[in-house]
Design a protein around this ligand. Structure first.
Ligand code: GLN
Length: 537
C-alpha cells in the first residue's frame, strides 16, 4: 500500500465514553483485513508522561516493552492488536513542549519567535507522521485525549485540521459522542452530539464518521437525524451500544460495516469481510464458560475502577482460557489484618497480591499472604506483591521480626528488599525506575518454568527495589526459592515456595503483555491452580 492512512479519533459531549476501546476496535477490524496498524494516544496534560501520576489521578500506568510509562489505553491497544507499542505511541502536551523548548534552547529556530502555531502544532504533526513513515504502517490511528472544546486539546485539534487539509483523503476523523436517554421524557437526545460536532466544525474539522455511544438501540430516524444535522453520510453514523465485555465492541462495529466505511473514505477497496476466527473463538469460549473461578485481588486502590486495569484484563483472559468466568473480588489491603483475613478470604480460589508503592496498606498484604501460605491457597505476587511475600516470609518463617523493604523502613535491621544499586544516585522521579522489558532465566522444574515452558523469557518492569541477594541462602534453606534471575545482574525476578500448590511472586509485571489471542502464561497457570484448588473443596 502506498501512503499511510491516518485516522483521528476525537471525543465529544463527555469524557470516559470509551475512545480507547473504539480506537482499539477500529484497529482490530483493519488489522483483520491484513493491514499493518498502530494506535497512538495524545494526552493533553503537561506531565511529560503519566509515570509521576498516582492511580487516583490517572488509573494504571502502563509500561511499554521499550520502557516508557504510558496511558492505560495503550494496554487496550496491545490487548486488541497483539502488537507491542513503543514510547512513540503515547505523547503528552508536556512531551511536545519539552521537545520544542529543547529545540529552542539548542537554537534550532534560528532567532524566530516560538509559538503554539506553527511550532507546537508542527511538533504534534511530526509525532503523528513519525509512526507512519518510520514503521511503514498502513494505518496510524491517533486517539486525542480529552473532549473537543477543552482549552487543552486545541493545539491537537488544530494539528488534525492541518493534517486533513494537507493529506486530504488519507486522513479520516472519527468523532465519538454520547446520546443520553432522558427517562422522564422517554426520549434519546441528540442535541449534545449536534453541539459537539458544531464545535469541531468551528475548529475547521468536518467529522467523516460519527460513533454514538448509547445504552440501548437507536432508531433509524434518530440516526438519520444525526446524519442530516451533522453533515455526515448516513452509513457513517454508527452506534456503539453497551455490551457485556469490551471484547465484543469490534463485532458491534463490524456488523454496521464501519471498517468498509473507513476504507471507502480513504479510497481503498473493501473486499471480503474478514472472519476474525481467533477473536470469535475467544468470545465463544467466553460465552460457553458457565462455572466461575473466584480470585481475590488484594491492593490499596481497589475502589478505583482503572487502577489495576491490566491485571483485571489478564485475569479475565486467563479465566476464559481455563473455561471459567472470572469472579473477581476486591480486597482493600488497609482493611485486612491477621484477625480478619481468614474470614474474609476463605471463599477465594486464588489470591493476587497487587503491585504498588509506599507503606499504606502493606500490613494487609502481609496478612493475605500469610493466610495464603499457611492454608495453601494459590497466590501470585506481582512486583510489590513479590516483595511483600519476601518480607512476610522473613518475619514469620525466618524469625526476622521487623524485616522490611527499605522503601517502607530505611532503618530496618533486615533489609530483605533494598534499593537497586543503580537507583542510589537518582534524584529525578520521572522515568527513572527500572522500566521495560528485561530478560529472565527460569530454573527448570519450577512452577514458573511449567507456566512459560521455556528458560528464557522477557517481561516488563517498573520498580526501584529488589530482593537482597545476601539473604538468598537463608530463604532457600527455609523453602522459598529464587527460580528466576536476570542473567546479567543476578537480580531475582521470580520466587516460589515449591512445597505449596502454587505460590509464586514475580518482580516483573506479567499483566502488561497478556492479550486476547496470546494470554500471559503465568496468569493462565495461576488461574488453573485456582480452579484446581476449588475442585478439592
Ligand atoms: N515500590 C516497589 C519498588 O519500587 C514496587 C513497585 C511496583 O509494585 N510496581 O520496587
Amino acid at each position: 500500500m502506498a501512503d499511510t492512512k491516518y485516522i483521528f479519533v476525537t471525543g465529544g459531549v463527555v469524557s470516559s465514553i470509551g475512545k480507547g476501546i473504539i480506537s482499539a476496535s477500529v484497529g482490530k477490524l483493519l488489522q483483520a483485513r491484513g493491514y499493518k496498524v498502530t494506535i497512538q494516544k495524545f494526552d493533553p496534560y503537561i506531565n511529560v508522561d503519566p509515570g509521576t501520576l498516582n492511580p487516583y489521578e490517572h488509573g494504571e500506568c502502563y509500561v511499554t516493552a521499550d520502557g516508557c510509562e504510558t496511558d492505560l489505553d495503550l494496554g487496550h491497544y496491545e490487548r486488541f492488536l497483539n502488537v507491542p507499542t513503543t514510547r512513540a505511541n503515547n505523547i503528552t502536551t508536556g512531551r511536545i513542549y519539552l521537545n520544542v523548548i529543547n529545540k529552542e534552547r539548542r537554537g534550532d529556530f534560528l532567532g524566530k519567535t516560538v509559538q503554539v502555531v506553527p511550532h507546537i502544532t508542527d511538533e504534534i504533526k511530526r509525532n503523528v507522521k513519525l509512526l507512519g513513515s518510520k514503521n511503514k504502517y498502513d494505518f496510524v490511528i491517533t486517539e486525542i485525549g480529552g473532549t473537543v472544546g477543552d482549552i487543552e486539546s486545541l493545539p491537537f485539534i488544530e494539528s488534525v485540521r492541518q493534517l486533513k487539509w494537507e493529506m486530504g483523503k488519507n486522513c479520516v476523523n472519527i468523532h465519538l459522542t454520547y446520546v443520553p436517554y432522558i427517562a422522564a421524557a422517554k426520549e434519546y437526545k441528540t442535541k449534545p452530539t449536534q453541539h459537539s460536532v458544531k464545535q469541531l466544525q468551528e475548529l475547521g474539522i468536518q467529522p467523516d464518521i460519527l460513533i454514538l455511544r448509547t445504552e440501548h438501540e437507536l432508531s433509524e430516524s434518530i440516526l438519520n437525524k444525526v446524519a442530516l444535522f451533522c453533515n455526515v453520510s448516513k452509513d457513517a453514523v454508527i452506534q456503539s451500544i453497551d455490551v457485556p465485555t469490551i471484547y465484543e465492541v469490534p463485532l458491534v462495529l463490524q456488523r454496521q460495516k464501519m471498517d468498509e466505511v473507513i476504507l471507502r473514505k480513504v479510497g481503498l477497496e473493501a473486499g471480503q469481510e474478514p472472519e476474525m476466527k481467533p477473536w470469535h473463538n475467544f468470545l465463544n469460549r467466553m460465552n460457553a464458560a458457565t462455572k466461575q473461578v473466584k480470585i481475590g485481588l488484594v491492593g490499596k486502590y481497589v475502589e478505583l475502577q482503572d487502577a489495576y486495569k491490566s491485571i483485571d484484563e489478564s485475569l479475565f483472559q486467563a479465566a476464559i482460557y481455563n473455561d471459567r468466568k472470572l469472579d473477581l473480588h476486591l480486597f482493600h489491603s488497609e482493611k485486612l489484618n491477621d484477625a480478619n483475613a481468614a474470614g474474609l478470604l476463605k471463599d477465594m480460589d486464588g489470591l493476587l497480591i497487587a503491585p504498588g508503592f509506599g507503606q499504606r496498606g502493606i500490613e494487609g498484604k502481609f496478612a493475605a499472604i500469610k493466610y495464603a501460605r499457611e492454608n495453601d491457597i494459590p497466590c501470585l505476587g506481582v512486583c510489590l506483591g513479590l516483595q511483600c511475600m519476601v518480607i512476610e516470609f522473613a518475619r514469620d518463617v525466618l524469625g526476622m521480626a521487623d524485616a522490611n523493604s527499605t522503601e517502607m523502613d530505611p532503618n530496618t535491621p533486615f533489609k530483605v528488599i533494598d534499593l537497586m544499586e543503580e537507583q542510589k544516585n537518582i534524584t529525578n522521579m520521572g522515568g527513572s525506575m527500572r522500566l521495560g522489558a528485561y530478560e529472565c532465566v527460569i530454573k527448570k522444574g519450577s512452577k514458573a518454568y511449567e507456566a512459560y515452558g521455556k528458560e528464557h523469557i522477557q517481561e516488563r518492569h517498573r520498580h526501584r527495589y529488589e530482593f537482597n541477594n545476601e539473604y538468598k541462602s537463608k530463604f532457600e534453606a527455609a523453602g522459598m526459592m529464587c527460580v528466576g534471575e536476570n542473567p546479567d545482574t543476578g537480580l531475582v525476578e521470580i520466587m516460589e515456595i515449591p512445597t505449596l500448590k502454587w505460590f509464586v511472586g514475580v518482580q516483573f509485571h506479567p499483566e502488561y503483555n497478556s492479550t486476547v489471542v496470546n494470554p500471559n502464561p503465568l496468569f493462565v497457570r495461576f488461574v488453573k491452580a485456582a480452579v484446581e484448588n476449588a475442585k478439592k473443596d
